[in-house]
Unconditional design. Structure first.
Length: 252
């Protein structure tokens, strides 16, 4: 999937491919578990995500018409707490790699020693992770969000979503959630914007990830989504999401 045409995705994949905090300790998903892992990341329990994945598989493999997005099962789970140290060693404890045992013995505990060790450790981490630190992650998030909206325009799903929103009564938008929470009718959670985003999540899992998981043939929706992906990320200028250009030192 990745090559020099998609530099931003290459950088993200390189740094986060083995990040347990992002992949719930299980590594990147493989074909056959995209839907399940997607719903786990969204907030479902593992059991509920597996049931939803099984339902998607049955619909895809039997070629039956999928349920409308608002009927996709929703539940909640307690999110795993993520710490900065799970994402990058830059945030981990310091390690003295430059002083001798004698120097450590004589100076350990002093302000100057602690400062020197932290500076050296920080410089090492910055050198090792230049490409990641160069990324403006807010801009990256904005670019990924823009891609999702462009994808839904290309798939001609915006009108379907608008129709569902118009047909959904306010009592449902502000109804009690699966975990028992009450939602104020004036809150963002009861807004059309929130419902639109939830429907987009459901449709992405059902109509994009579902065929990728369970349809071994040529799926027109997946093919159109792939074309949109190639065009958008092929045109995405890395400079638009970078603080600076990383320097790569060539070894002799």
């Amino acid at each position: 999937v990745f090559n020099n045409e998609y530099q931003v995705l290459e950088i993200l994949d390189h740094h986060f491919a083995n990040c347990k905090a992002l992949w719930n300790g299980a590594g990147k998903p493989r074909q056959g578990e995209f839907v399940k892992r997607f719903w786990i990341a969204y907030g479902m329990t593992a059991d509920a995500a597996q049931r939803t994945s099984n339902q998607t598989r049955m619909r895809v493999t039997s070629r039956l018409k999928s349920d409308s997005p608002e009927k996709v099962i929703n539940t909640t789970r307690r999110n795993l707490q993520k710490f900065p140290t799970n994402l990058s060693p830059d945030f981990d404890g310091v390690e003295d790699k430059y002083h001798t045992e004698e120097q450590r013995r004589r100076t350990k505990g002093s302000f100057l020693y602690e400062h020197a060790v932290r500076c050296n450790d920080t410089l090492d981490a910055m050198s090792d992770e230049q490409a990641l630190l160069a990324l403006h992650l807010v801009s990256v998030g904005g670019a990924l969000n823009e891609f999702i909206f462009k994808l839904f325009e290309a798939m001609e799903w915006k009108e379907i979503i608008s129709r569902i929103i118009r047909a959904t009564p306010q009592s449902v938008k502000a109804g009690r959630r699966m975990d028992g929470r009450s939602v104020s009718a004036r809150s963002w959670q009861a807004s059309d914007d929130n419902l639109e985003r939830y429907l987009m999540v459901c449709m992405f899992a059902e109509y994009i990830l579902g065929p990728l998981d369970f349809d071994n043939g040529v799926n027109q929706k997946a093919a159109r989504a792939a074309a949109c992906y190639q065009i958008y990320f092929g045109r995405l200028d890395p400079a638009s999401v970078l603080f600076f250009t990383p320097v790569i030192e060539e070894s002799d």
